[in-house]
Design a protein around this ligand. Structure first.
Ligand SMILES: Nc1ncnc2c1ncn2[C@@H]1O[C@H](COP(=O)(O)OP(=O)(O)O)[C@@H](O)[C@H]1O
Ligand SMILES: [Mg+2]
Length: 366
């Protein structure tokens, strides 16, 4: 973009705008090039004409940086020094090829002293508004990280403490299997063992999510088998909540996927659907069919729909509504699993029900 049309220049009246354009020094920065470091002398402000920079702050006593915000075309940074002249409080790095206009504070002094008072006041108010937004973005990120760390620590403790009672349950059900060789007892005991294992896997997955670990171990999976197993695992849960679960698959579809993780996706969506349906006559339908190059799984319920206020940020972590004890991680985990399978997820929601559409790339047949 042209320097004259930059937002910052346009805050000024034409005469001062022209003077600022004259004293600005246009420079090009390469990707990863540092524009200034935390602690450097503050002597100038920068207007971004092309490209993008990232502003980050070093975490105390470590070599890690947290990104506070990014600034791209028509944005500016380094302006706070005009007011306090304190050393730079963050580091700025170009993350793509970037063209900046650098304006030294000393050169601006005279122009500012010739600028009308109301214009200066207006500029000051714009600058402080920006400071507020950047600060609140930073605080939000910090809170998010803190919550994630806390959840990670909690789940870690749970996994650790639950291991021994889980082993106890597993052993007891093995004993019962030996004592009761009839088919029905064998089936129930198997179910106990599978469910206990699932609990551990679930906890481990929450832990992995809180640590940002999205590794998947893919195998060829037949969606018909997957959905049948899923229905079986949830038979008792569905009955206890007095809803109906209908599964229909029109043809065999094979995808490359991590079975535990896909089960996790379906489980989170199923639990949300069950929790949303308060009235009797609740019905949840899971269907699978081929759609172009995708295997499409849809999960529909006849609940009251996703509340409008959370629809925009639906897949973000800690977004929850109208639930006692809701944490708001379920759908964030779903989204991260779908992303790590290079799939897609979307939803349609009305006051008469909600449908989620999951798309997975079909496996190549070899
Ligand atoms: N099928 C659904 N029908 C209606 N509302 C839903 C449905 N699925 C999710 N929601 C809403 O989305 C919110 C976020 O879900 P989730 O991320 O699983 O977190 P949590 O279940 O812990 O609240 C829920 O609190 C609920 O208000
Ligand atoms: Mg949930």
């Amino acid at each position: 973009m042209k320097l004259e049309s930059h937002r910052f220049i346009r805050y000024f009246e034409p005469e001062q705008a022209a003077q600022i354009s004259q004293i600005a020094i246009v420079k090009k920065f390469n990707p990863q090039e540092i524009i200034f470091e935390e602690g450097d002398v503050s002597d100038s402000l920068f207007l971004v004409l092309e490209g993008k920079v990232e502003i980050s702050k070093k975490i105390k006593k470590s070599n890690h940086y947290v990104v506070i915000t990014s600034v791209d075309g028509n944005g500016y940074f380094g302006e706070i020094g005009i007011i306090d002249r304190k050393p730079r409080s963050a580091r700025v790095v170009a993350i793509q090829e970037t063209i900046l206009a650098q304006i030294y504070y000393d050169d601006m002094g005279e122009i500012l002293s010739n600028t009308r008072g109301d214009v200066v006041l207006n500029i000051l108010s714009i600058l402080s508004q920006r400071l507020r937004t950047v600060t609140s973005e930073y605080v939000e990120q910090l809170v998010y990280k803190e919550k994630m760390t806390l959840i990670g620590e909690m789940v870690n403790t749970i996994i650790h403490d639950f291991r021994s009672p889980f082993t106890g349950i597993q052993l007891s059900s093995s004993m019962l299997k030996e004592l009761h060789p009839d088919e029905e007892s064998q089936e129930w005991c198997d179910l106990i063992q599978i469910q206990v294992e699932r609990m551990l896997i679930m906890a481990e997955e929450v832990l992995a999510f809180s640590q940002g670990n999205t590794q998947v171990y893919c195998q060829k999976i037949n969606i018909t088998n997957l959905l049948q197993n899923f229905a079986k695992l949830n038979q008792v849960y569905i009955q206890s909540r007095q809803v109906e679960l209908i599964i229909s698959v029109t043809e065999d579809l094979i995808i490359d996927a991590d079975e535990n993780k896909i089960n996790r996706v379906l489980q989170n969506l199923l639990v949300n659907a069950v929790e949303a349906i308060e009235k009797s006559g609740g019905k949840i339908e899971i269907q699978a069919k081929r759609k172009d190059k995708w295997a499409e799984i849809t999960i529909s319920d006849n609940g009251p729909g996703i509340p409008q206020v959370i629809q925009e940020k639906f897949f973000e972590a800690f977004v929850t509504h109208g639930k006692q004890g809701g944490i708001g991680l379920g759908t964030a985990i779903v989204k991260s699993i779908i992303d790590s399978h290079r799939g897609q997820i979307s939803f349609e929601s009305h006051p008469s029900g909600t449908t989620f559409y999951l798309h997975f790339p079909l496996a190549s047949i070899d």
